[in-house]
Ligand binder design. Structure first.
Ligand SMILES: CC(C)(COP(=O)(O)OP(=O)(O)OC[C@H]1O[C@@H](n2cnc3c(N)ncnc32)[C@H](O)[C@@H]1OP(=O)(O)O)[C@@H](O)C(=O)NCCC(=O)NCCS
Length: 385
């Protein structure tokens, strides 16, 4: 395909139409400016909604299910997160958006990492659109001084490729299907597979017996030194700095394979803003945390994002145990406490979804014991730009 035109979408701050107030009362130039502004806003909303629709459709096609859909209204607050600036680019054909690419980074100007993603509608593939879009966001990244590109690329589990058709991660844990379009594309673009994550689903209701066994084992291992706290919605003020510190630790403590993820520093202000954004995206937070009683500090934490729409799955967010407190089954303790809370407070969700590094055996072990089953894989690809 020649003459591929890539446009940037300026993501609107709201999906609501601009108010008519004042437009009719204004005369002449002001009224024209109002009308132009309304039309401009409406066009931006339509383009943004279409681009996110394409992202979700492409992801559902790859995975074979739409559970990971994250709709335009749900995503909107994230597009305005001042800590993780992002940009959205599209390619159109016949007036429709048929390809899109996202660029995301951290606001810290010293960070060299960015996260890129490209999607092309199935009927427009193998014509160079993916290449043009990726070239474009890589150039955007370079211009911003970002030289480490990371891409999270999901693959379904529909086919079980023979061992020879599996591309193993450099960690030695996990593989992605070598013949799939997304894997061939990433390889052709010079990206290396630094890690594989497993996408798992826990069908609800959960097996109470399995949960009870894990709960009692975790309680026995944790003993009296640790106390569980749970809450819904924003983190209570007394725990904010501990939770922010755990979010920072997560950025470097979680297994990263051969992917150089940067430290991502969380302050209390950032935590408060992120919690407001999650609420604004139509998802409730449920959190379980473990306090180390002798020091009065939280040292383990697990949270779920639960869509208000009960027909949608809950998403596991961070689960972290501070390094000095590992080996006491605290990960099990907080996970099970949070599942208990989900069942009691937000019943009726069909499932819980989670992502775990294939080399993260302790976390996979607890998930498997609770009843999570693998439903897909996600390659974590890296390239020096
Ligand atoms: C991956 C994806 C973006 C590629 O889009 P595209 O427009 O088809 O990409 P291109 O036409 O620029 O292909 C570039 C190269 O990738 C490789 N490639 C892509 N799809 C392939 C396939 N099905 N079989 C073999 N090679 C393939 C080829 O080397 C191709 O070059 P060639 O056509 O000259 O042989 C598209 O398949 C897609 O949207 N997949 C799902 C979303 C996704 O996984 N995105 C993550 C990528 S960051």
């Amino acid at each position: 395909m020649t003459d591929i035109v890539i446009d940037e979408i300026v993501v609107p701050d709201t999906l609501e139409p601009r108010s008519d107030a004042g437009a009719d009362a204004d005369a002449g130039h002001d009224a024209d400016a109002h009308r132009a502004d309304r039309a401009d806003h409406a066009a931006r909303v339509a383009a943004y909604v279409e681009a996110i629709g394409l992202e979700n459709a492409v992801q559902a096609e790859v995975l074979g299910f739409g559970d990971l859909d994250f709709g335009p209204a749900e995503q909107l607050p994230q597009w305005h997160d001042r800590f993780t600036p992002r940009r959205l680019f599209v390619v159109r054909s016949g007036g429709r958006i048929v390809g899109q690419a996202t660029y995301e980074t951290l606001a810290d100007p010293t960070v060299t990492t960015c996260w890129l993603w490209v999607a092309v509608a199935p009927e427009h593939r193998r014509r160079g659109l993916g290449t043009a879009l990726l070239d474009h966001v890589e150039a955007v990244a370079r211009a911003a001084g970002r030289t480490d590109a990371i891409s999270f690329v999901a693959s379904g589990q529909g086919s079980r490729p023979a061992p020879g058709d599996r591309l193993e991660a450099s960690t030695g844990h996990g593989w992605v299907p070598r013949a799939s379009s997304e894997v061939r594309f990433a390889l052709s673009r010079g990206y290396a597979l630094g890690q594989v994550e497993r996408i798992s689903r826990l069908p609800l209701p959960v097996d109470e017996e399995a949960l009870a066994a894990i709960r009692s084992e975790a309680l026995a291992a944790a003993g009296d030194e640790y106390r569980v706290h749970t809450w819904s919605g924003p983190t209570p003020p007394r725990w904010r700095s501990d939770v922010a510190a755990m979010a920072t630790a997560l950025s470097t403590d979680a297994p990263m394979g051969d992917v150089p993820e940067p430290e991502d520093v969380w302050t209390v202000d950032r935590l408060v803003e992120a919690e407001q954004r999650r609420a604004a995206s139509g998802r409730a937070s449920l959190t379980a945390a473990a306090e180390h009683v002798p020091t009065g500090r939280l040292v383990a934490c697990s949270d779920l994002a639960v869509p208000d729409d009960a027909s949608r799955p809950a998403m596991q967010q961070m689960t972290l145990v501070r390094r000095e407190h590992r080996g006491h089954r605290l990960g099990w303790l907080v996970k099970v406490a949070n599942l208990d809370r989900l069942i009691a407070e937000k019943p009726g969700r069909p499932s819980v979804l989670t992502f775990n590094a294939e080399e993260n055996r302790p976390m996979l072990a607890v998930n498997e014991a609770v009843g999570f089953v693998p439903i897909g894989v996600e390659g974590v690809w890296h390239r020096l730009l």
